[in-house]
Design a protein around this ligand. Structure first.
Ligand SMILES: C[S@@+](CC[C@H](N)C(=O)[O-])C[C@H]1O[C@@H](n2cnc3c(N)ncnc32)[C@H](O)[C@@H]1O
Length: 400
């Protein structure tokens, strides 16, 4: 687990709190506050048998409506307040925002500070609009963004430009994700106009990009930790992209992994995996995860199966089927990990308007919902862990 997690402490703390609630008065508000604090600060680790004996099963506990209430209420009251604004008012507001941002960018003269100020304002205001208007109004505001000259200026940033252009025919290809890993991997910056490069520097350090880097770091640490505990394990990465977590692990380079399979539907991405990591024994499987769901592809069983950057595109039914299939492909004692963006990051408005990059954001409850079709008696542990900036959440399940 991540650095901050102390599973046994959290388990016993949680057990104590829940026991208090069930034994004495049902102070759900107090429990909810503590539960949110635990989730927010250190992730959570819950041992399923306890909840069975405590009168609730794990999924009921995690998805209980009282835990869902605050966020929904906040969002609702915000929308009601702001919905009073007409679309005409909003169009004017967004038009002024786009004009001002454009002027600031064009006059930045190679200084990062005004670029940061301009983009901070654009990201923040677009997200405020998105959160406070109806989906139909938001689509109209997106159209305004797309027809403003600011769009082509912003697309001088190769990251935003590529996301919008989708040269591989889909959003979030591995080349694009490499532009996020680039600063951490110390690879040369991409070619762009001076202003484009400044915008890239801003974007590649924005919360969404930070989250993607933290996600890779989490997986790399997990591979190293589990390979130390159990050398020779078999690992499967689903929607592996360029498998860049392999850059950060020592287990790959020191031959501590028995079998490492990278599955992705994009054969161009897998060519890069072969080039970069083939000599370390990494195998590639060019296939859609869909063939796993229907048992049309037998690639073995694994001790660790993970998927990052895929569930953000999957609806709940497909997500559940894939989580169940991953679980079925685990060896006894094995574990699966899936990552997803949490709702509420500031970048969403900008991503949808200027990158045409629409993701499915999942709450903690949504993540637990993905386990609905797994036989609970086969689950050893189920845990949720948000990376330190609270942009990305991980669901981790071990098999008995
Ligand atoms: C955002 S990238 C994530 C790459 C990598 N896991 C990471 O975190 O850096 C999404 C990847 O999902 C792959 N992908 C999309 N649809 C897929 C499918 N149906 N089956 C397998 N891979 C898929 C894409 O080719 C792409 O490499």
């Amino acid at each position: 687990m991540g650095k901050k997690t102390t599973p046994s402490v959290i388990y016993f703390t949680l057990k104590g709190i829940v026991a208090g609630i069930f034994d004495t008065s049902v102070d759900l508000r107090r429990f909810q506050r503590i539960w949110k604090m635990i989730q927010g600060k250190v992730g959570c680790v819950v041992k399923t048998p306890f909840f069975r004996s405590g009168g609730q099963n794990l999924r009921q506990f995690m998805t209980s409506p009282v835990l869902l209430k605050p966020r929904k209420q906040k969002h609702l009251s915000e929308s009601i307040l702001n919905d009073r604004k007409s679309i005409a008012e909003r169009e004017i507001e967004v038009g002024v925002l786009l004009d001002n941002t454009h002027q600031l960018l064009l006059n930045s003269n190679g200084n990062l500070e005004p670029v940061g100020t301009a983009l901070d304002g654009l990201f923040g205001r677009l997200n405020e609009q998105r959160l406070s208007c109806t989906p139909e109004q938001w689509q109209m505001l997106i159209k305004i963004c797309r027809s403003h000259p600011l769009l082509s200026t912003i697309h001088e940033d190769p990251f935003t430009g590529r996301a919008f252009a989708k040269p591989r025919g889909y959003a979030g290809d591995a080349e694009l994700i490499d532009l996020i890993y680039g600063p951490e991997d110390r690879v040369p910056e991409p070619t762009a106009t001076p202003l484009g490069l400044d915008i890239y520097r801003y974007n590649s350090s924005a919360p969404a990009a930070e989250g993607v880097r933290a996600r890779r770091g989490f997986i790399a640490d997990l591979i190293d930790t589990t390979s130390n505990e159990k050398p020779g394990q078999h690992i499967l990465a689903i929607a592996a992209g360029h498998l860049r977590e392999a850059n950060l692990t020592t287990a790959v380079r020191r031959g501590r992994i028995g079998r490492f399979v990278a599955l992705d539907s994009d054969p161009i991405s897998l060519k890069e995996v072969e080039r970069a990591y083939g000599s370390y024994g990494v195998e590639t499987v060019p296939a859609s995860f869909g063939v796993l769901l229907t048992n049309r592809l037998q690639i073995g069983t694994f001790d660790l199966i993970y998927s990052t950057g895929l569930f953000d595109y999957l609806n709940v039914n497909t997500g559940r089927r894939l989580v169940t299939t991953m679980f079925d492909m685990l060896n006894p004692g094995g574990q699966l990990v899936v990552a997803n963006f949490l709702p509420g990051i500031r970048d969403i408005g900008f991503m949808e308007a200027f990158m045409d990059w629409k993701l499915i954001y999942r709450t903690r409850q949504d993540m637990v919902d993905l386990t609905a079709e797994i036989d609970e008696s086969e689950i050893g542990h189920l845990s949720l862990f948000a990376e330190e900036n609270q942009n990305i959440i991980f669901l981790r399940i071990t098999k008995k």
